[in-house]
Ligand binder design. Structure first.
Ligand SMILES: Cc1ncc(COP(=O)(O)O)c(C=O)c1O
Length: 349
């Protein structure tokens, strides 16, 4: 059976060219600061973001945790969107390892508006946690790959700063935002104090993320990374994959976005399924509430025919396009779904 795997953009396998770059990497012990390829990657990431320094880490989750820990003290509070990856999908690491609380804000497709900051700020009072950090996510995963328009990003950040908050951007998929909006990484990164982005998602690497920010912040991040067990030795083989991805896999994200748009057209209205609009990048959310299916049932039906996808919420199924999904795969997924996904059968009289 032909398989089209739309569960996540983390499923990509390294291309032959990427594997060749990995095999050829010059390496050293990066915990000793002696891996030249990791050094080159960190310098490149910092330059692309227009920040002073960068740190290569094993995962987006670790980058987020380190950022959370460095911007706060235990007992502080982070202002974060309710469906953010930090809050929903990182096993409450922020609470366990950074010792912080969260003030949850309901975004629109995961995105915050400037007037949502002041109302959740805590009073300066011994009874209260201290509001310290504003946490943004771009593109927003559970929001359906949504991107902050730059003026909205600037305004939200300004509202945070006016309230004395530091600002971190979880940019696991920020390159998708850059491509969708045709802006440089610097144009986004200049608004925030620190950010991270992942190589292991749309960029198609097996492992790795980078945390970017001011040099003292990154020096401290290196210390926390070691504490968390994230110091890697001959990590140049992984950094070489990341450098290869920056050279070859950024512009092609536009293909993933086109494929997502085709999927959206193909699935919208099928047996009562509704696509959450707009579809801006590589994530398509299907709302099942007006269909005969629960997300689990729909996913089960599609998987049975080789079309893999994920239930996201009680009413949502997620489809993600990536390097290992071609236009033909997307068309096959739509044709298959049209064959097997059935409309609601009206109850018999
Ligand atoms: C927005 C966002 N942030 C962080 C992460 C965590 O990345 P990792 O899986 O590398 O820990 C993800 C993973 O999907 C994500 O979507």
């Amino acid at each position: 059976m032909r398989i089209v795997d739309l569960r996540s953009d983390t499923l990509t396998r390294p291309t032959d060219a990427m594997r060749a770059a990995m095999a050829a990497a010059e390496v050293g012990d990066d915990v000793f600061g002696e891996d030249p390829t990791v050094g080159a990657l960190e310098a490149r990431a910092a330059e692309l973001a227009g920040k002073e320094a960068a740190l290569f880490v094993p995962s987006g989750t670790m980058a987020n945790l380190i950022a959370c820990k460095l911007h706060t003290q235990p007992g502080d509070e982070v202002l974060v969107e309710r469906t953010s990856h930090l809050y929903r999908y990182e096993a409450a690491g922020f609470a366990v390892y950074a010792g912080v609380s969260v003030a949850l804000i309901d975004g629109t497709r995961g995105l915050l508006a400037p007037d949502q900051i002041a109302p959740v700020m805590r009073m300066h009072d011994v009874h209260q946690a201290r509001s310290r950090l504003l946490w943004l996510e771009d593109t927003h995963n559970a929001g359906g790959g949504s991107c902050y328009p730059l003026d909205q990003l600037a305004a939200v950040v300004e509202a945070g700063r006016a309230n004395g908050l530091a600002v971190h951007l979880d940019g696991a998929r920020v390159w998708n935002a850059c491509i969708a909006q045709d802006v440089s990484l610097t144009a986004i990164a200049r608004h925030v104090d620190s950010l991270n982005f992942c190589f292991s998602k749309g960029l198609g690497c097996p492992v790795g993320s980078v945390l970017v920010g001011p040099r003292p912040f990154i020096n401290d991040a290196r210390h926390i990374r070691k504490m968390l067990g994230g110091g890697m030795r001959q990590a140049g083989v992984l950094a070489a994959a990341a450098l290869h991805a920056l050279d070859h896999h950024v512009a092609r994200l536009a293909d993933d976005h086109r494929h997502a748009a085709i999927l959206a057209e193909g699935f919208d209205g099928l047996a009562g399924l509704r696509v959450r609009r707009p579809v801006e990048t590589n994530i398509v959310l299907l709302d099942t509430s007006a269909s005969a299916y629960t997300p689990m049932e729909l996913v089960g039906t599609l998987i049975g025919a080789g079309i893999r996808c994920l239930p996201l919420t009680a009413t949502t199924v997620r489809l993600v396009t990536h390097l290992d999904v071609s236009r033909a795969d997307v068309e096959h997924a739509i044709a298959t779904a049209r064959d097997i996904v059935r409309s609601k059968i009206p109850p018999s009289p």
